[in-house]
Design a protein around this ligand. Structure first.
Ligand SMILES: *Cc1c(COP(=O)(O)O)cnc(C)c1O
Length: 463
């Protein structure tokens, strides 16, 4: 049997097998990779429903990662989720009218650990087989940087360089990154904004000579392996809620920024998981909520909010969704993306029965945190609160609502204090950070300075 191949949303290039897809990251024609076909697993749901999280992850991932030997895949899944502090990995707890899927029990207390712990192990496996090395370069406004660092720290054949805007990430997020002292971890505080950091990273990747010479790798959510790892918890949570409530169909509410997390739910539904609605929740940065209401996809300015990991202008994974809206017509996707690039605006006809959207502003976020604490003694972080608030507009007695909780509240203690008036949100890992030593280089917001710094540290330290 021929294995799974991955194609670009824009139709260019040859289809690639899984491991090559993961190493390539972004397709060479600028598109994003998707599997040629999504497997239908409806006849396996009953058998899967009693599996532990790692066992379920193995069954799902092996359908897509079919060029990784079975024993190696099992082993890397076990190691990835052994770092989580909850025995169930992603437990589901009932609170009020909804079921909360807690995705924040990983090393950095954010849902990105679910994918980045796995991706670190996967990179290591692929590089051990190919004998190559990888230099991951990423820009972060907070959560992605620390989750990526914790996924890669201490691994052989890999270095990671994370650029953050100096003084513009929360002190807690900065310490989560800079207190990791492994030799292969390099934090760069850049004297500029997050956009400056992102532009420098983009310029380094677009410099193909530099990119090839130093084997640059990407860990942002355009990497297919990140979406893939996130599919698992949609199945796991649906099974838990089905056995608890007897319901057949479920709904999910997803606090959304770059559309990576909710896209994993979209794939789970296409695999045959009985999801009758995906609720897309945004904060004031509501380009996606506006699109699902009106069909118009149009950029605006980014407004800072209490849920910074959802403060985006364009959603990098949205192109994957467009590919299905075009029924796999890569030429149509290319035309749409070109039109959007040119006009900053794209209009699509109605045509989605699965996704509904809503937005939640700062006042509603604070009120939701307060309400869930006073009425249910459940502490929501501001991102999760956005999802819970919008979920409230899409409740259906026959399909329980599962709300994705994407960060531990202690990561956003200021918002909790603002909402409740008390300093309630703590976690021993974060409390311990204050006493740890840190390491970080300071650089100007200048591409050549960053490139030079990366070159020097690569030649000075074998991976
Ligand atoms: C990244 C992130 C999100 C948004 O997820 P997307 O995949 O970008 O839509 C939501 N909440 C938290 C806490 C995050 O870190």
């Amino acid at each position: 049997m021929r294995g799974m191949r991955y194609v670009s949303t824009r139709g260019g290039g040859e289809p690639l097998p899984f491991c090559a897809t993961v190493l390539t990251g972004l397709a060479r024609d600028g598109g994003l990779f998707l599997p040629e076909a999504i497997p239908d697993v409806r006849d396996r749901l009953a058998a899967w429903s009693q599996l532990s999280y790692p066992a379920l992850a193995y069954e799902i991932l092996r359908l897509y990662a079919d060029d990784v030997p079975a024993a190696a895949l099992r082993d890397m899944i076990d190691r990835s989720y052994a770092t989580f502090r909850a025995p169930e990995v992603t437990p589901v707890v009932a609170a009020g009218d909804v079921q909360i899927l807690e995705l924040f029990h990983g090393p950095t207390l954010a849902f990105k650990d679910v994918a980045l712990q796995f991706l670190g192990n996967l990179f290591e496996h692929i590089l051990a087989r190919t004998g190559g090395e990888l230099n991951i370069v990423a820009a972060t406004s907070g959560d992605t940087g620390s989750a990526a660092i914790h996924g890669v720290r201490g691994r052989r054949r890999m270095r990671i360089f994370v650029l953050h805007p100096q003084g513009r990430v929360s002190p807690m997020q900065e310490r989560q990154m800079t207190s990791v002292l492994d030799a292969n971890v390099h934090n760069l505080a850049v004297g500029g904004t997050f956009d400056d950091c992102q532009n420098i990273v983009k310029a380094l990747f677009n410099d193909l000579a530099f990119r090839d010479r130093y084997h640059l790798g990407a860990v942002n959510s355009i990497n297919w392996a990140r979406v893939l790892a996130q599919i698992v918890y949609y199945f796991y949570a649906a099974f838990r809620v089905q056995e608890r409530t007897g319901a057949r169909r479920v709904r999910f509410s997803v606090p959304t920024g770059n559309f990576g997390d909710i896209f994993a739910g979209f794939v789970a539904q296409r695999m045959g998981l009985p999801i009758d609605r995906l609720v897309l929740a945004t904060n004031e940065n509501d380009i996606l909520a506006r699109f699902f209401d009106t069909g118009v996809y149009q950029t605006g300015a980014v407004a800072p909010t209490l849920s910074p990991s959802m403060d985006i202008q364009v959603a990098s994974n949205f192109e994957r969704y467009l590919y299905y809206r075009a029924n796999g017509g890569a030429r149509q996707v290319s035309r749409w993306m070109a039109e959007f690039q040119l006009a900053g605006r794209l209009v699509l006809p109605a045509g989605d029965d699965l996704i509904r959207a809503g937005r939640c502003d700062t006042a509603a976020t604070l009120a939701t945190i307060r309400k869930y604490w006073t009425a249910h003694r459940y502490l929501l972080d501001p991102h999760s609160a956005v999802g819970v608030y919008v979920a409230g507009q899409h409740l259906d007695p026959s399909a329980p609502m599962i709300c994705l909780a994407t960060a531990h509240p202690a990561k956003f203690g200021d918002a909790i204090r603002q909402a409740i008036g008390e300093d309630l949100a703590h976690h021993p890992i974060l409390d311990a950070l204050a006493a740890l030593p840190t390491r970080c280089a300071r650089l100007p917001a200048d591409r050549a300075a960053v490139a030079g710094w990366i070159e020097t540290s690569i030649s000075g330290s074998p991976a």
